[in-house]
Write a protein that binds this ligand. Sequence first.
Ligand code: UD1
Ligand code: UDP
Length: 365
Amino acid sequence: MKKVLSVVGARPNFIKIAPIHKAFREVESICEHKICHTGQHYDTLMSDIFFDELDIPTPDFFLNAGGGTHAKQTATIMLRFEKILQQYQPDIVLVPGDVNSTIACSLTAVKLGIKVGHIEAGLRSFDRSMPEEINRIVTDALSDYLFVTENSGLRNLKYEGAADEKIFFVGNTMIDNLIQNLEKISNKHFFSSLNLKLKEYIVTTFHRPSNVDSPDNLNEMVNFLNEVAKKYDIVFPIHPRTLNNLKKFHLLKKINTNVHLIEPLGYINFLSLVIDSKGVVTDSGGIQEETCFLKIPCITVRNSTERPITVEMGTNHLVGSNFDAALNAIEVFNNSLQNTMIPPLWDGKTSKRIVEIILHHLQPQ
Ligand code: UD1
Ligand code: UDP
């Protein structure tokens, strides 16, 4: 029996691994798939809720790493993951995305001679001040299987000299998950529980250190929310990093009461809110992709995106790390996106492709 171990740590990882686990269930007679949760995210609303909603089994291994500085978090995960690898001895470790759990577990695995597959390889923002960019570059350099979501990823990996036989253009597992849950999402109409009107409200999420870690930038974000709220209802499911900083810098009370500040949402409620909205303003990576698939306009408040396909398709408007520019762009929400295209291979079959490739390579040659 072959053994595959997938790593999850933070909210977007749970979403990317859920369809991978489903695809492995279909071949469970020949390949065992286990999950290791590093505990990078630990609140019920940042972690457990996704396991329940997306039918991911209780993780086989839990590292309870929690937060801390980058070095502390990464090192804690590495020390604890090494013990799991020595005990379980998988044939391959799968790491999704670009979070600290991704780099920590890929580095630990290669040092023990275990093969690594990176789900979402090749994305580059070309901004090394982002911790995620460091995580992407290192993880790709270490991985044996580079599973790519979009054309830019292929270009970047080739430019960096990755061997052709390691690169697999497979599509996007986050979109697999979206397609698998689309009916539930479309029927939910979560907006009505907030007394909002269909297509008459805006959804926002912000959690990037560049936007929320300095008092000045966070103050700009608050001014932006208050300004938008003069014209549109605005819903803000708030990430714990952002909430903690709003409290620390005494900015929470400055947010207007007509901004709907709510706890982080579960997957179905969040995407239900997005699908019925007028548009989204965000600095999230995954939400740029989900809005692209759903043809919902998205304004991204960052200087760069590692997901340029979303801009090429016409759904995503990159305005810089500048809340005044975001405010000026808000009227793009009135443009119709019905004729935009969906990126190649974002077809709901990516996880199956990944599982087939892994099984093929794990067979004795
Ligand atoms: C992490 C990822 C980021 C990803 C985001 C997804 C890194 C370097 N960053 O950022 O790429 O976009 O997850 O949401 O890996 N906290 C809680 N409860 C939780 C989780 C976090 O209170 O369940 C608070 C803690 O104070 C913690 C802080 O948020 O120290 C930051 O958490 P961390 O996982 O280090 O980074 P994120 O900002 O969540
Ligand atoms: N998401 C969610 N509830 C929320 C906010 C986001 O379920 O309140 C989902 C979102 O649909 C996407 C993922 O979380 O699938 C993105 O996570 P996040 O923005 O935290 O991380 P990033 O993608 O920026 O790394």
